[in-house]
Ligand binder design. Structure first.
Ligand code: PLP
Length: 489
């Protein structure tokens, strides 16, 4: 196949070149019917391809022309048998994966540190999660993925589970041995679904961890928008034939997708695929060179540690993505969030995320020596200031225990609930999610028993200024818990 072709994007351009007179939505009609400041900001070309599924532009719900051709090229580029475009991010693709393989009451093996979209899919489908505890790194205060041994154990204990879901790589870029996990799950006849939100690029360079399709997984939900150059919200769902039906996936994806699919997003998927397939390897090599240099220099700054290949060698840290700079700041005696705010205030630098102990900076082909030099200058300045003010010892890492599940997330979500003060919720079953966003991994989910440990951890995040969210009460003073029926007044 000719990966330099972009059937959908080219088709859109040919369509607008014919200057059609449009009596269809979107009513802004190439920007003429919208707010003029916004229209001129967006530019006439992008507004002209903000179209809908008219002839000859095909239909994402029943692709048979330009979209089908674009998806077929993408499947070849990603090493899949089928690729489906998602205009609802990887969240939409993840929900599709889970709902394609689980009926109500079916078991699914999942890491506990999954993204909210997995738990939402479990609630929608009525599946029963069999949680596998991820390996915790108590030096860094982050969780990694699940190990092959833990997957084996879960499969042995629940051979009737319908699938295993794995995060590969994690937000921080770390992976377990995915090929081994796939072999274990396949021995039990279970398909492997991969949350590949942070790994679109790993397929295109041999120094990066194996992608889901390279490891033989059955489905992978992959954010092209995060690290593959597409517009925000644009993702793909890759499928390898065998254990999961592509017809079922198409119909579930369609059930979960808007009928007004954005052609800006679809065209950005088509062109990002071309860019990755044609230029990916070279582009990633340059990114790796920049990231290696940044890591080396950061590790020369007193009080900072940028994670490198020395973390490899455990079952949970089989491989990693060096383009992610995990920078541990705890030895400066400050939180990751303090550093995030300091970098914004003094250098207008925006990091990808911060937590209590780290900041995460992602390096992509959009970066150059200029950005790396500025980051090093800023971190050197910060470390100098911290050393001058330092009366504080380095911060002690604590990671909360994972709560126990008392009800299935769906039962808890639909059970009658009551509102009580959050501070007095220990021992009660949560009817809500609570998470720090980013990364959007729940601290607890509906059905879990709230512990003092969780409350302390949440309070620590709130007082550090981190974005704790998810409760209906956004002041976080009250929480919905499952109503308890008492025999006596
Ligand atoms: C691990 C993980 N999975 C899934 C998602 C959802 O991806 P999207 O934002 O493309 O819906 C995210 C988003 O941050 C994520 O971090």
């Amino acid at each position: 196949m000719d990966q330099s072709k972009t059937p959908l994007f080219s088709g859109l351009k040919q369509h607008i070149d014919k200057k059609p007179v449009q009596f269809h939505i979107p009513g802004h009609k190439q920007g003429k019917g919208m707010d003029s400041e916004f229209a001129s900001f967006m530019g006439s070309q992008s507004l002209a391809i903000d179209l809908i599924n008219i002839e000859p532009l095909d239909d994402l719900h029943h692709p048979h022309g330009l979209i089908k051709d674009a998806q077929t090229l993408a499947a070849e580029a990603f090493g899949a048998d089928y690729t489906f475009f998602s205009v609802q991010g990887t969240s939409g693709a993840i929900m599709t994966m889970v709902m394609s393989v689980c009926n109500p009451g079916d078991k699914i093996i999942v890491p506990r540190n999954v993204h909210k979209s997995v738990t939402s899919a479990i609630i929608f489908s009525g599946a029963i999660p069999i949680f596998v505890h991820p390996a915790l790194d108590d030096q860094l205060g982050i969780s990694h993925g699940i190990t092959p041994e833990a997957v084996n154990h879960a499969c042995e204990a629940h051979p009737d589970a319908k699938a295993v879901l794995v995060i590969n790589p994690t937000y921080f870029g770390v992976t377990a041995d995915l090929k081994q996990i796939v072999n274990i799950a396949h021995d039990y006849g279970m398909p492997v679904l991969v949350d590949e939100a942070h790994g679109v690029h790993i397929h295109f360079h041999e120094r990066l961890p194996a992608s889901a399709m390279q490891a033989g997984a059955d489905l992978a939900a992959t954010s092209v928008h995060k690290l593959g150059g597409a517009l925000t919200q644009s993702s793909v769902l890759n499928l390898k034939e065998g254990l999961v039906s592509h017809e079922r996936v198409q119909s579930v994806l369609s059930m979960l997708t808007t009928t007004s699919t954005s052609y800006l997003l679809l065209a950005s998927l088509d062109t990002s695929r071309r860019h990755l397939a044609v230029n990916g390897k070279e582009m990633i090599q340059q990114t790796l060179n920049l990231a290696d240099e940044a890591r080396r220099k950061i590790n020369q700054i007193p009080g900072l540690y940028c994670v490198g290949e020395e973390i490899l060698g455990t079952p949970a840290t089989f491989d990693y993505d060096p383009t992610k700079l995990i920078i541990s700041v705890k030895d400066l005696g400050v939180t990751g969030y303090d550093v995030e705010v300091w970098l914004r205030r003094h250098y207008q630098i925006e990091v990808e995320l911060s937590d209590l102990y780290n900041i995460l900076c992602i390096i992509t082909s959009g970066d150059s020596n200029r950005e790396i030099t500025l980051l090093i200058e800023a971190l050197t300045h910060l470390a100098g200031e911290a050393a001058r003010n330092s009366k504080v010892d380095s911060v002690k890492v604590s990671v909360p225990d994972i709560p126990l599940l008392a009800l299935s997330p769906r039962e808890a979500f639909y059970a009658s609930s009551e509102t009580i003060p959050f501070a007095r919720s220990v021992g009660r079953i949560s009817a809500e999610f609570l998470m720090v966003y980013p990364p959007g991994i729940p601290i607890f989910i509906p059905g879990e028993i709230i512990t003092q440990d969780n409350i302390d951890y949440i309070n620590e995040n709130i007082s550090a200024g981190l974005p704790v969210q998810g409760l209906e009460d956004d002041t976080l003073e009250t929480i919905q818990v499952i109503k308890e029926h008492r025999a006596f007044k």
